[in-house]
Design a protein. Structure first.
Length: 249
């Protein structure tokens, strides 16, 4: 089955034929919400709302270790994570979708590995390519098939939040090579890698990042909410098309 993590604007997955929900305790604590099991595009999926059912967990409060561990218990073939981002590039507009290929991590103080604490051996994972190449390719192919416009590569910068960035911070992220900025992509991607689960993301551009485009005068959170609400329909279509095109579960 495929696991889907829904971010801001996607606390529920419309169109998912739900069979049941199950609380998700793990050795790392409770996941953000009960897991929702169902079918999409005729295939089994498990869905998890990253910020909780009531969107009550800020990016730095999310228990990423519990979330990824809970999904691992479902033995998914992969995780598709949906996450809102701000765009640093003029040509990536609010409402656009991006399948990122690289990550810059500026987060701090988050529990970001399963390999720490008493008795745990030092463990390094290869993270050269943080997103699973095959899963990214399947998402891009499904986008073409579903006639959903996506950018097929980009560098995602993960910031700590929960505040948005300053204009100077966005300039710095651009100099570092970032295309989009969000708050939840890390340590999520690294934890999935530690557990050996193929992981890819769909970034939904909610706004121009601070100081860019119409965000030059500040970012309207109400506009972000509206943009995300509208952008979730193509996101759903994209994932559904990918599942319906799969030749296995
Ligand atoms: N910055 C960080 N995270 C975000 C933004 C942003 O501008 N928009 C949506 N998530």
């Amino acid at each position: 089955m495929l696991a889907i993590i829904g971010g801001s604007g996607l606390a529920e997955f419309a169109g998912l034929a739900i069979s049941h929900r199950r609380p998700a305790p793990t050795p790392y604590g409770e996941a953000s919400a009960p897991l929702t099991f169902g079918h999409l595009g005729g295939r089994p999926v498990v869905f998890l709302a990253r910020h909780g059912d009531a969107h009550s967990l800020a990016p730095h409060e999310v228990n990423y270790r519990a979330n990824i561990w809970a999904l691992r218990d479902c033995e998914p073939l992969g995780i598709v994570a949906v996450a809102a981002v701000g765009s640093i590039r003029a040509d990536l507009r609010p409402g656009d979708l991006l399948i990122p290929h690289q990550i810059l991590d500026y987060t701090w103080g988050r529990a970001s590995t399963y390999h720490e604490g008493p008795g745990s051996a030092v463990h390094h994972v290869d993270f050269t390519e943080p997103y699973d190449r095959r899963l990214r390719r399947r998402l891009c192919a499904a986008a073409a098939k579903a006639v959903v416009a996506v950018s097929d590569a980009g560098v995602y910068a993960a910031t700590q939040g929960p505040r948005l960035e300053t204009a100077a911070e966005i300039n710095r992220l651009e100099r570092d090579g970032a295309d989009v900025v969000g708050m939840t992509g890390m340590p999520e991607a690294a934890l999935a890698r530690e557990l050996g689960i193929p992981y890819a993301a769909i970034n939904v551009v909610a706004n121009y990042a601070a100081g860019r485009g119409e965000a030059g005068q500040g970012i309207s959170l109400e506009t972000i909410r509206q943009v995300l609400e509208e952008a979730m329909e193509p996101v759903r279509r994209l994932i559904e098309t990918m599942l319906a095109s799969d030749d296995h579960d």
